[in-house]
Design a protein around this ligand. Structure first.
Ligand code: RIB
Length: 347
């Protein structure tokens, strides 16, 4: 909560100078060039800083020095462990250069995203890392044109001027589907989020391409369960509806990310469906809880920490660095008990 107006004023450099009986310039020297100040004077100033609880104003200092050390990042939802782990990678890279992170969630809402981008620009951040909330990159492209460097997180970039760090989600969905098809499943459900998200579009493309490549007609073999948002409650409600619907029930379910798989598992359990005997389940991300579930979740692993670290590194190196500005990582299938391949219970 912002400090209430009229609250106690922060002590200034002038207050410290008056308290120590020295000039403002001497206080500034103690803060920035302490070796140029005699020990006796330095002790007087340090005592005044201590007694006034003075804290230097980093923003003012940064503005004077031109060195901006805050990076803004807007992701879809920091409550999703995928983004939390990715943010940790960003933070770890920024900390190496004494930079800090301002992290926000767009909740897949482009208006909310635009508000945070404006806030970052007003605060004069070093640059912006963003997982776009929908198909349009217009706000990010104009931010870049006005001079703020932008690197896309978990999204490919259509222009060389904007960096990007992503994972091959078409290939990732193909790993999940081929795994289930290899287990003999011929009627499968795909629980997916809104197609305004690039991740959901690419994962669906991977599902359709894989079925077709394996000689199956998606219209016959696939039941699409489309969610308004990629969260557990939406998945829980949608899978309850699937179980109540007519028609042959699928024997396998691929969920577009692990948090939706969590909601789907709760609905399947409520419906008395045993995993994997009645329904093999595969998630996506391999977040921290995937291996800890009672029936550990098979999932397509994304290198979350590396995604964040790489994007932050790309931003700090700047648009003119030698390194590539478009990086794509390969996903990896982690097989566990939820897909019924006889995998060990804890893996
Ligand atoms: O939030 C959308 C999903 O896309 C995340 O769970 C992760 O899979 C990202 O790639």
């Amino acid at each position: 909560m912002a400090r209430p107006r009229g609250g106690p004023r922060r002590p200034s450099v002038t207050d410290v100078a008056r308290e120590a009986g020295v000039s403002v310039g001497t206080v500034s020297n103690v803060l920035n060039r302490p070796d140029t100040v005699s020990p006796g004077t330095r002790e007087k100033v340090e005592a005044a800083i201590e007694s006034l609880h003075f804290v230097r104003n980093a923003s003012a200092r940064q503005l004077r020095s031109g060195e901006i050390t805050t990076v803004g990042a807007v992701v879809l939802d920091i409550a999703n462990p995928f983004f939390t782990e990715m943010a940790r990678g960003i933070e770890d890279r920024l900390a190496q250069d004494d930079h800090t992170l301002m992290l926000c969630s767009s909740d897949e809402d482009p208006h909310r995203e635009a508000r945070f981008l404006r806030l970052f620009e007003e605060r004069g951040v070093r640059g912006v890392l963003a997982t776009p909330s929908n198909g349009s990159l217009d706000a990010l492209l104009s931010l870049r044109e006005r001079g703020t460097d932008v690197v896309l997180l978990d999204h490919t970039s259509p222009v060389p001027d904007i960096g990007s760090v992503a994972v091959d989600d078409v290939g990732g969905a193909s790993l999940a589907m081929n795994h289930l098809l290899d287990l003999g499943h011929t009627r499968l459900a795909f629980v997916n989020g809104p197609l305004t998200l690039r991740q959901c579009v690419d994962r669906r493309d991977g599902v359709i391409q894989t079925l077709t490549a394996r000689g199956l007609d998606p219209a016959e073999a696939l039941v699409e369960v489309n969610l308004d948002a990629l969260n557990p409650n939406a998945a829980d409600a949608a899978v309850h509806r699937l179980l109540a619907s007519a028609g042959p029930r699928p024997t396998a379910m691929f969920c577009a990310n692990d948090v939706t798989a969590l909601g789907a598992l709760r609905a399947l359990r409520d419906g008395g469906i045993s995993i994997p005997e009645d329904m093999a389940v595969v998630g996506y991300d391999d977040v921290i809880f995937a291996s800890m579930l009672t029936t550990p979740l098979t999932s397509v692993r994304q290198p979350m920490h590396t995604l964040g670290w790489t994007a932050a590194d790309m931003l700090l190196r700047g648009p003119d660095a030698e390194q590539p500005r478009q990086v794509e990582f390969a996903p990896e299938l982690v097989v566990r008990a939820s897909s019924g391949s006889g995998a060990p219970a804890r893996a």
